[in-house]
Design a protein around this ligand. Structure first.
Ligand code: UD1
Length: 427
């Protein structure tokens, strides 16, 4: 298994290109199941999760073609996806267990074929993460669902019918699954308390380009008037706000000055607000965003994760690494996922002073971190250890790099180009 070795202490300076968002690309790829025509997606990141989704879709009969890389210098890939005929409506355990987002094929398959069988994703490292909201919503659209032998078995007689669905809590995945299904349901569907994440809006905009009728994009109420079929379209995947925020924090933790090319300030407002309070200067530039540290160290700040437009849970581990080296104390509260503090013991092994009390962590800034052998259990936790390694004295080796490869394209290349001493040890 590959590892990443970092020699900490270098100040980052230079330009980092922001890739297309993984969490937008995955539902967009699943949306190709909704039409017989070709969906062309550009600015796709080159990541393990994208390959997993491609493999899953090809098992359903989707023909995939990669048409080189888009211009613009961001290396985004272009995929053409054609689900002319769906040959198989079963998403098997092998693939679903490696990627929870596989559940996103459920809504489209059910809407187009009237049946689908998807392995239950099961628990994962950051909590129980059930799919009950996806299933309840689809039942409200008329699906009959049974759980058998570890599989969700869903079918609908006579097609899905529009309904008013009130989500009891904000769920990105459930909103996306229900939105895709509702596009081909008969009549009107209203999704109340819908997730407002930019990735949901990106999906909705692509569905509209495919001929769907959706009102309220970007709000917490999505109204969909069903159509009998959707057509092909060309769509560019939105910039990755989590990657943008991660590199903003990488710049901050090293006292650096970095341009995030292609990064969009409007997608990371709460992150900008938190980092500004911590003393980081963030300004728009022609290319994207400039992140600059005013002092050598940031100031301690309190923050809490919330659904968009609040501070994202996917940046919680990274800000904790940053605040570990801040002046003074900080409190970080996680409200989206239970058990998402798996990075804390590893950060403490690098010298951080963090105490977890329920859903909150108190972080007392230390003079400096020290390099260590570390390992993490999920994607964002792993990258927080990379950030800590960039600031630490001496050598840090991050194990289980496959987590990073799921969500960060060319991580070591992007950081090394800004002066980080970081290499991949291939094994
Ligand atoms: C998506 C993102 C993930 C991010 C998360 C929250 C993708 C591929 N992944 O995950 O990176 O961390 O949003 O912003 O886009 N819940 C239920 N029942 C359900 C569904 C969710 O109880 O049926 C709960 C979850 O356990 C969690 C909360 O709702 O506590 C939010 O989860 P959700 O927004 O659904 O996350 P994902 O879509 O899985």
């Amino acid at each position: 298994m590959d590892r990443i070795r970092i020699h900490g202490g270098n100040r980052l300076a230079g330009t980092i290109p922001v890739s297309g968002a993984k969490n937008a690309a995955l539902p967009l790829m699943a949306a190709s199941l909704l039409t017989q025509d070709t969906l062309q997606l550009s600015n796709l990141p080159h990541l393990a999760d994208i390959s997993t989704m491609a493999k899953l879709l090809s098992q359903h009969g989707v023909a995939l073609e990669m048409n080189g890389e888009a211009s613009g210098g961001h290396m985004g890939r272009v995929f053409s996806l054609s689900a002319e005929t769906i040959t198989n409506t079963v998403a098997s355990y092998d693939l679903v267990r490696t990627m929870r987002a596989s559940i996103l094929v459920l809504g489209p398959l059910l809407a187009r074929e009237g049946k689908a069988q998807v392995s239950l994703p099961g628990g994962c490292a950051i909590g129980t993460r059930p799919v009950d909201l996806h299933l309840q919503g689809l039942e409200q659209l008329g699906a009959e669902i049974e759980l058998e032998e570890g599989y969700i078995k869903a079918r609908v007689k006579g097609g899905l019918k529009g309904a008013h669905i009130v989500l009891p809590m904000v769920s990105v995945g459930a909103t996306e699954n229900l939105l895709m299904a509702a596009c081909l349901a008969e009549g009107e569907t209203v999704i109340s308390n819908a997730a407002r994440e930019p990735e949901v809006s990106d999906l909705a905009n692509c569905l509209v380009a495919m001929g769907a009728k959706i009102d309220g994009i970007g709000s917490d109420t999505l109204s969909v008037t069903g159509v009998t079929s959707l057509k092909g379209a060309a769509h560019e995947v939105v910039a990755d706000r989590i990657e943008t925020g991660t590199y903003a924090m990488a710049a901050a933790i090293t006292g650096g000055d970095v341009i995030l090319a292609g990064g969009r300030l409007d997608l990371i407002e709460s992150t900008v607000e938190t980092l500004t309070r911590a003393g980081v200067e963030i300004t728009p530039t022609e290319e994207g965003i400039r992140v600059r540290c005013k002092g050598e160290k940031v100031e301690g700040v309190d923050t809490m994760t919330e659904p968009f437009p609040g501070f994202p849970t996917d940046l919680q581990a990274q800000i904790m690494a940053l605040l570990s080296c801040a002046k003074g104390a900080s409190m970080v509260t996680e409200t989206i996922f239970e058990n998402r503090f798996m990075h804390v013991p590893e950060l403490c092994r690098m010298g951080a002073n963090i105490h977890v009390h329920g859903a909150s962590a108190i972080i007392r800034g230390v003079e400096g971190l020290t390099g260590a052998q570390v390992m993490a259990t999920d994607l964002r936790a792993s990258v927080s250890l990379v950030l800590a390694g960039l600031a630490a004295q001496g050598e840090t080796v991050v194990n289980r790099v496959y987590h990073l490869d799921r969500g960060y394209e060319r991580l070591e290349e992007k950081l090394a180009a800004c002066g980080a001493e970081i290499t991949r040890i291939r094994e």
